[in-house]
Design a protein around this ligand. Structure first.
Ligand code: OOG
Ligand code: NI
Length: 409
């Protein structure tokens, strides 16, 4: 390819930034309370920047202002492999394996997060999508006849069309797309995550919902959709207070480490309750009627320094109280990841991933029913190797990425 053609390509980095913006506009139209959340987040961030000298220690304000994570939920391995190609076009690769079936309130999914994996790309735009896959053969949730029905329903739908996938593959092979193709790719990719206007089969949805509302949200509807889109905030306690002041009902707590005077670690998240969204239902006699579903909500997060395996072990066993008070100690005790900047000061490596406990808490806080689970049955085996096979591409280990980043500097 000639230099000119190459330089006129819309790069993966640009596609990712535009994709995040496109989804943000879509979600803002669909869930107006999200727009309020973004506005309040921007107010909080501006105030933190105005009052604090080291507001940008976990990333530039430009990065943080544009930063979002999305959550989507899929039904089949094929759908997951396809979405990996779409995200791959945007320079987002699968990182980490999360088994939410092991949570206190078990959710019948396994998950990964698609995100950029190198420092420059994260700095340019860190858009990430927590992506969950329903485990249809987990007998604790679905008996054999229901599994068969689920499979049939899921096989019959197409989430990502051929044109979209062909553009995604071309983008990934060439490192970008020519401008008109980029526009078309982004139009199709964004539309694939819009709420489907297809009527929801009322009885089918209700049967799944009795088992798990997440199962119903995946296997009970014709399309996938953004479940939530999460802005990043520099002071989540302040955000929580301001949202509550505005009369928005938040979940009862902030998930993750409590606030302390120590360096911020990992990830803190909170959300507002899912809102009723009008949907069309099809009843058993074929007639259409309107109703609503509560599955989509607003979440916000604050990010701190990434912990090493040793730091994570300490955190899981003893909580944040067991941590030392300074960056120097966190670094010298190999509890958290840092690099040294040109002046020899420690600069934290931001935690770019998710916390299974918080993820389960976020899922659980928005479940409409407790669901039901047959604990006498065996869960089906799923692990990172299985997921990597489904994805057909490397599933990155988050610690390996943080280690490499630390070693590079
Ligand atoms: C994903 C829940 C996990 C997070 O921020 O931990 C998540 C979902 O609700 O589909 O997004
Ligand atoms: Ni989330």
């Amino acid at each position: 390819m000639s230099g000119d053609a190459e330089s006129s390509l819309v790069t993966a980095t640009a596609l990712r930034a535009r994709f995040a913006r496109g989804l943000s506009e879509l979600y803002g139209r669909e869930v107006p309370a999200y727009t309020t959340l973004v506005e309040v987040s921007e107010e909080v961030n501006a105030d933190v920047v105005a009052r604090s000298d080291d507001a940008e220690r976990f990333g530039t304000i430009e990065r943080v202002t544009a930063e979002r994570h999305g959550a989507i939920r899929l039904g089949t391995p094929e759908e997951l492999a396809q979405v990996a190609r779409i995200f791959g076009a945007c320079g987002m690769y699968p990182v980490g394996f999360y088994d939410l079936r092991e949570a206190t309130v078990a959710i019948p999914v396994v998950s990964t997060a698609f995100r950029p994996i190198d420092r420059a790309e994260l700095a340019a735009n860190p858009f990430r999508v927590f992506t969950s896959l329903l485990v249809v053969d987990d007998r604790r949730f679905f008996d054999a006849p229901l599994e068969a029905e689920l499979r049939e329903f899921l096989q019959a739908r197409t989430l990502f069309g051929d044109e979209l996938l062909a553009l995604a593959d071309r983008a990934e092979a060439d490192g970008g797309l020519a401008a008109p193709d980029a526009d078309r790719f982004l139009e199709l990719a964004t539309a694939a995550f819009a709420l489907s206007p297809e009527p929801v089969e009322r009885d089918w949805y209700a049967r799944l919902e009795a088992i798990s509302s997440v199962a119903a949200d995946i296997g009970g509807v014709a399309g996938t959709h953004i479940n939530h889109l999460t802005p990043r905030v520099l002071d989540i306690d302040d955000l929580y207070a301001r949202m509550t002041e505005r009369g928005i009902e938040m979940i009862d707590r902030i998930q993750g480490p409590p606030r302390t005077d120590k360096p911020d670690v990992l990830l803190r998240q909170t959300s507002f309750r899912a809102l009723a969204e009008p949907r069309t239902f099809r009843d058993a006699d074929g007639s259409l009627s309107s109703g609503d579903l509560r599955v989509r909500f607003g979440e916000v997060e604050a990010r701190g320094v990434a912990l090493t395996p040793r730091g994570r072990e300490l955190y899981d066993a003893h909580g944040i109280e067991a941590f030392p008070d300074t960056d120097e100690e966190l670094a010298s005790q190999d509890l958290a990841y840092y690099v040294r900047d040109d002046d020899g000061r420690l600069s934290p490596i931001v935690y770019e991933d998710f916390l299974p406990k918080s993820a389960a808490g976020i899922f659980a806080s928005n479940l409409t029913s407790d669901g039901s689970l047959d604990a006498s049955q065996q869960g089906s085996a799923r692990d990172a190797a299985w997921l990597q096979g489904v994805l057909g591409r490397a599933l990155h280990d988050p610690y390996a990425l943080y280690d490499a980043e630390r070693a590079e500097m």
